[in-house]
Ligand binder design. Structure first.
Ligand code: PLP
Length: 405
């Protein structure tokens, strides 16, 4: 049995009232809330451990380094990477994608192509545009269909020997669509292209196995998986990480520095210049332990029930349109509009009722352009949400409609 009340007791913020109403937090795709286990780990770090890593011979520095490296090992195990040095700590998905796009710059030229999906977050579009500008390579896009899924029918035409990198998200943040990444990875590898999977929306809901997927890169944001903001990781295959240029220069990432020439440190340090977010990395390990302790099978089952309930309730509202595929091909995101109502107005009225949803383009403007809409209202749920909260949302939408229409 899934004891949601026991789980909610781990999340201090969920007991708050907002504008006199019980907080209903449905903006989990933007960021997740943190359990007290993670909050306490951060406080404990500053109260008892705080010291810079990998440098000091002194006691605290060694403890700090041990904890940080233990977190790297927790991540390695979680995603089933072969080596811990294939896990690079980052500040999040945006950092991870920029690191890879920048690292590929010396490997591309004007005859090459970069392929992304139509459902990408801006952070999986803009870094590739930078790379295209700098190398002369061409950026191409896998188109999407009316049902909010990728259209793979033309993949064999747009994915060719010219394609050097393919970057797609595992799950769309705007619609919740689960993309057929195994198929895309296999097709890309058949033409020799490297594949980056933006796992920012997948990591909260499932446990990725990077070896089974055979992806070359996988990026995750800590703040979306109950870990601190500014933490995250990039998985990269050893062979690619060795070929890539380092992203930032500085301390930690070097072997030897003279004014004439610098040699780089071994993996993962080659990509970890400067003092990192130490407590964030440690907190990320604690968050993964927390989630694994509940179990991703239970998390996924609970979130699927919430998704099905919310989808049934919201689609029953007169004038509602939900964007994206049916509930068998998506995660717990309901992205919708009410006919005649601007998404922002609905979001603002829901906020007055203590209900937090996201409105707008969700950092995925091309999707909104495809549907020819200014944006959507997005209710994104996590395992700590309840069916009663969905009822509150639905009542809120009905009330807002009476005010606005
Ligand atoms: C949130 C998100 C990002 C960006 O992550 P940051 O944590 O802001 O770096 C990228 N892609 C997807 C699919 C996301 O949901």
């Amino acid at each position: 049995m899934f004891n949601v009340q026991a789980i909610r007791a781990d999340f201090p913020i969920l007991t708050q009232t907002v504008k006199g109403k019980n907080l209903v937090y449905f903006d989990n795709a933007a960021t997740s809330q943190k359990p007290k286990q993670v909050i306490e780990a951060i406080a404990n770090y500053y109260e008892t451990i705080n010291a810079n890593i990998h440098r000091g011979v002194h006691y605290l520095s060694q403890i700090s380094t041990d904890r940080y490296e233990a977190a790297r090992e927790t991540i390695r195990k979680h995603v089933n990477a072969q080596h811990a040095f294939e896990i690079i700590f980052t500040s999040g998905t945006t950092h991870g994608i920029n690191l890879v796009a920048s690292g590929f710059e010396p490997l591309l030229n004007e005859n090459d192509e970069i392929l992304i999906g139509a459902l990408e977050h801006h952070s999986n579009i803009v870094p590739w545009q930078f790379l295209a500008e700098r190398t002369g390579a061409k950026l191409r896009v896998i188109p999407m269909l009316e049902n909010g899924t990728l259209d793979l029918s033309s993949l064999s035409e747009i994915l060719t020997e010219k394609t050097k990198v393919v970057a797609v998200n595992h799950i769309s943040n705007a619609l919740g669509t689960i993309n057929p990444i195994r198929e895309i990875i296999a097709a890309a590898h058949a033409v020799g292209a490297a594949v980056l999977i933006d796992g920012a929306q997948a990591a909260p809901h499932l446990q990725p196995d990077v070896q089974a997927l055979d992806c070359d890169f996988y990026t995750v944001s800590g703040h979306k998986i109950c870990a601190p903001t500014g933490s995250g990781f990039l998985y990269g295959k050893e062979s690619w990480l060795n070929k890539m240029r380092p992203y930032q220069g500085g301390g930690e990432m070097i072997k030897e520095v003279t004014f004439e020439k610098t040699t780089y440190a071994d993996l993962p340090h080659k990509f970890e210049a400067g003092t990192p977010n130490i407590e964030g990395g440690i907190g990320l390990g604690v968050a993964l332990d927390y989630l694994n302790n509940i179990g991703f099978d239970k998390i996924a089952a609970q979130e699927q029930s919430l998704l099905e309930y919310a989808t049934a309730k919201i689609s029953a509202i007169d004038g509602a349109r939900i964007y994206g595929p049916d509930t068998s091909h998506k995660t717990s995101v309901v992205s919708f509009n009410i006919e005649g109502v601007h998404p922002y107005d609905l979001g603002a009225l829901l906020d007055k009722m203590g209900i937090a949803v996201r409105t707008g383009h969700h950092c995925a403007q091309p999707i909104m352009n495809f549907f020819d809409i200014p944006g959507t209202v997005r209710a994104s749920m996590m395992f700590y949400n309840t069916f009663e909260e969905i009822d509150a949302l639905v009542n809120g939408i009905e009330k807002a409609k009476q005010m606005l229409l």
